[in-house]
Design a protein around this ligand. Sequence first.
Ligand code: ATP
Length: 587
Amino acid sequence: MIYSEVAAKYAQLEQISGRNEMTVVLASLLTSTPKQELAPLVYMTQGKLRPDYEGVELGLAEKLALRALSASAGVPPDKAYSVYVKHGDLGTAAEDLLKTKGQGTLFSEGLTLKRVYDTLLKIARQSGAGSVDAKLRELSSLLNDASPLEAKFIMRTVTGELRLGVADYTVLDAAATAFLGGKEARADIERAYNVHPDLGYIVESVAAKGLKGIEQIAVGVGIPIRPMLAERLSSAAEIVKKMGEKAVTAEYKLDGERLQIHKEGDDVKLFSRRLEVITSHYPDAADLVKERVSAKRAILEAEVVAINEDTGEYLPFQELMHRRRKYGVDQAISDYPVALNFFDILLAGSADLTGKPYTVRRKKLEQTVERTDRTRLVPAVTTESPGEIEDFMEEAIENGCEGLVVKDPASTYRAGAREFAWIKLKREYRSELTDTIDLAIIGAFHGRGRRAGNYGTYLLATYDGKRSVFTSVAKVGTGFSDEDLEKIPRVLKPFESSVKPPGVESKMVPDVWFRPKVVIEIIAAELTLSPIHTAGMGRIRAGAGISLRFPKFTGKVRDDKSAEDSTSVDELVAMYNRQTKKIGAQA
Ligand code: ATP
């Protein structure tokens, strides 16, 4: 497959926003791609090189990308920089500069999809001493052989900014259209994707073996499953009603980090909520699993929580963040001990349990996990009485939890779904008007007074998944400790951008832009409408977006969420509508 064909389709996709039209274009691209190149093509179309859980990160720094570009275009670095700032995008800058240079395809060696993919993979995998020069060489050599249009997409891909707006589900639609002659099999493909979230592999399987290929895709040790998520309601009575006025299982909502635990004999792998491998943060937890989980092969879910070793009490989430470090892990293990709190089991031996009701899974969990101070089952009660649930909620909060997760005992494990089979109930829903929400930092404003020389406030965004864009929602300046004020700029530094990053929609212009990567948790008094912010623009009222009144940082940097996992525009709209209903009811 030649890369110019891919680039031409990308250019076409860029012009389209309708999902149906996008599916058609993508399906034709899939059909014209040789089977062995389908997986690379699919990853690249999503601006990636491998499935997320393998942790192969693109995202070359702006400076380095500019150096390669200025070398290939034969212009001084400051010229490349000014063209970049003029266009606001490295891809368009590359296209412009190579056009000016007169670089065509005539004299260059035609790029293949394989060469582009292999080179990008090499760049992503290089690290350590000398890697900067090596990356530079690889990228320059690609750009030297690229047409202006090809260079545009190569540049965007390598900096992690290829935002074609092709959602995972659009790729699944396209695969169904291309290889199964329609969307009838779409639900089967989606099921396969949710239990084996490797889009390249899924498309390849569909292409090679049709429906049979994907029916064979099952839950497996070593491949993380997309987690089941919870909806939210604001009272126990509403929850019981929503679940059909029957007995429900209320569990502590522990304030730790979600772990998906994969065990194969003595080999234990821990995946985070965003499906990254994080075994190295919790080697002690992996040991606990080895010792206390009786099944040889298993996939379990647990919340890992920091504890006070002397009393066994739960400690807040912030304590766990000390475990996210590369060096001094041993010291951190003894300074910040943790307990595993199991709440689900998805595979035991050879039995896939995801299709079994929750009661059956919980029973299996009880049989599989040996209970100790460090390995616990999440406390649960089963009742149909809202009063009893409220009492349990008080108890949970007293014990340092955020609230409850109430589960429908009959529900199967719905990988990747946020539905009412699990409903969270938090204290915030009652004392304040909104839940905590997770927002991506897209900019910062310089501080004054005590914060002179540092950032004073941050500009935050929600993710609009339908359009693949980040929309501004609020500025936040309160709730930051001195430690946060020192740490957050450091975390943000690699994502600094001289221009408004592609895929960001904001009328407000901060002093410094950041690519949306870092997610923080915010609590606010209520949701409001604002003409300045672009989140959900026009969804509630024409000309107004959704914003927050009195936003405050809770102290949590959500390392366990990617920017795309931040609270979505749809969720904000639903929260706004719920809030209006509640105010109406109180009046
Ligand atoms: P939040 O910000 O509230 O954690 P989220 O988007 O991370 O939300 P949700 O699906 O809304 O995820 O809430 C479920 C989360 O609560 C899980 O990801 C898990 O980390 C945590 N949790 C704590 N206790 C439980 C429990 N008993 N059962 C399921 N999840 C639990």
